[in-house]
Design a protein. Sequence first.
Length: 158
Amino acid sequence: MAAMNAVNWLSEEEQRVWRRFLAVNSLLQERLDRDLQRRDGLTLVEYAILVHLSEAEGQRMRMRSLADTVIVSKSRLSHQVARLERDGYVRRESCVEDRRGFWAVLTEEGAKVLRAAAPGHVAQVREHLFDRLTEEQVARFGEIMAVLESGLRDTPAD
């Protein structure tokens, strides 16, 4: 029987930081999601889908790329896009290059809803995140997030 590897437990400080990170992440996402739903009838994931489509060339993205960009599973993306499609904000188009693939395309109505939702959403992000930090803290936070994101994206998930 192979010897078990010793666990490198978190220090007290690391545990405190980790738990605060989890709490902040959950609280921020919950508040932003609730505000978008109440004010604009969109979930945070749906808002992210509309934003990424609005920024994409031709306001369209392959479904697989969109799932990777929004960081959701393909099945969750499909469900969210179906709802957005039902509401007239997005349409799906078959991909000519790959008959199995689909494009998600932002509609004019989707762009209109996004333009209406964006100012309130940005105000909430500013209030709950950036207005609470100094410019120096924002710069450090951005550096830390870049390091963490890069490491996570470069490491294959199991």
